[in-house]
Design a protein around this ligand. Structure first.
Ligand code: NCD
Ligand code: ZN
Length: 350
């Protein structure tokens, strides 16, 4: 990494949690990621979800068909775990390098999760096989019990589901996806092995006041829902302390505006277009630009046992704040781009 006051050269980042959807939306959003990322873990929550090795192979082909040959971007596919998932299919897809990981959605926890897991015991044989084969389990860590307050669902998930699960499968590699609370940060810090967490740009930059105060702002509504400021500060400490168990997963989750601005609006923030610029500014404001490359480009590769990217990304700091467009036009409608509500001076040069 090379840092000078107005220029930054880092190993090209990866995005360890990304929704690219399908068809026209996929075509429109993919360039926003491959502009700055070399690899991305692709979420499987399509309708219908990507549940088999064959689904994943076909989806990977559809993604690759949208990317020019001269662009270096590797989609890393995941399978959507259901109570019907077969261990042999998972293992075979992993051995054939069709998938990189398996995603656990508790049924009903988030967008398109109705086919997810209701009873964790029913997937124990699959988890056993994954543990043996070293296949990572990526977890949406929220309970879905309507009795549990939405702001507490991550902390309760850790206590009720994750702790027992890790006791039963100590060798299973787990990523807690898009963590949002100080409880999740402490849990990761206190565990010895096989556990890491992704953190999103939006959970690092804004808190729940932004979504709920002075009018309700659907474009800041995502799951897990934004939390209070003390949690945001805990996430910042995790992302900037150099600990390699924390890395970037944007959770960029595009939804057409009309499905977000509705009586029952969808959860998801579309942040891929300026994720790197925003994080560079955040780390700069905190005086920790020297920690940026590790969070964006090193820690995830280390957890997944993959080499660092060979390419570099150059950013420069300008005098005028970046003018971010409000939305991305697609053939299905407009998608609003995440507004970090702060001035961003860093820009990607190449
Ligand atoms: C994601 C989506 O829209 O697919 N939404 C979100 O708010 N993050 C699903 C998810 O990752 O929970
Ligand atoms: Zn997601």
């Amino acid at each position: 990494m090379k840092i000078s006051p107005n220029q930054l050269v880092i190993i090209k980042p990866d995005d360890w949690h990304l929704h690219v959807r399908d068809k026209e939306i996929m075509k429109a959003v993919l360039p926003e990621s491959y502009r700055w990322a070399s690899r991305a873990i692709i979420m499987p929550n399509l309708v219908p979800p990507i549940t088999t090795g064959e689904d994943a192979r076909l989806y990977a082909n559809r993604i690759k068909a949208c990317i020019d040959k001269d662009i270096n971007f590797e989609p890393l596919l995941t399978l959507y775990l259901t109570e019907e998932t077969e261990a042999e299919d998972v293992v075979s897809a992993y051995r054939k390098k069709i998938i990189k990981a398996v995603k656990l959605y508790p049924a009903g926890a988030t967008t398109n999760s109705s086919n997810g897991v209701k009873n964790i015991d029913s997937v124990y044989s699959v988890l056993g096989a994954m543990s043996e084969q070293g296949i990572p389990l990526l977890i949406h860590g929220e309970v879905t019990d309507p009795q549990i307050d939405i702001f507490d669902r991550e902390a309760v998930f850790i206590e009720k589901i994750l702790v027992p699960l890790r006791n039963d499968f100590p060798d299973l590699k787990i990523v807690m996806e898009h963590i949002t609370t100080e409880q999740a940060v402490s849990y990761v810090l206190n565990e010895e092995k096989n556990l890491a967490a992704t953190i999103t740009p939006h959970h690092l930059v804004v808190n729940r006041n932004v979504m709920l105060s002075g009018g309700i702002k659907p474009h800041y509504y995502c799951l897990p829902v934004l939390k209070r400021e003390s949690h945001r500060l805990a996430l910042i400490r995790a992302a900037t302390n150099g600990d390699n168990r924390f890395f970037l997963g944007t959770d960029s989750a595009p939804h057409i505006d009309k499905t977000k601005i509705d009586v029952c609006g969808c959860a998801g923030v579309f942040n891929a277009p300026f994720a790197v610029e925003i994080l560079a500014q955040l780390f700069d404001n905190l005086g920790v630009l020297n920690r940026l490359e590790a969070f964006l480009s090193l820690h995830g590769a280390e957890f997944y046992g993959m080499p660092y990217n060979k390419e570099r990304l150059t950013l420069k700091k300008t005098d005028i704040p970046l003018q971010m467009p409000e939305n991305l036009e697609t053939k299905e409608g407009k998608i609003t781009i995440f507004d970090p509500l702060m001035e961003v001076y860093w820009q990607i040069v190449k």
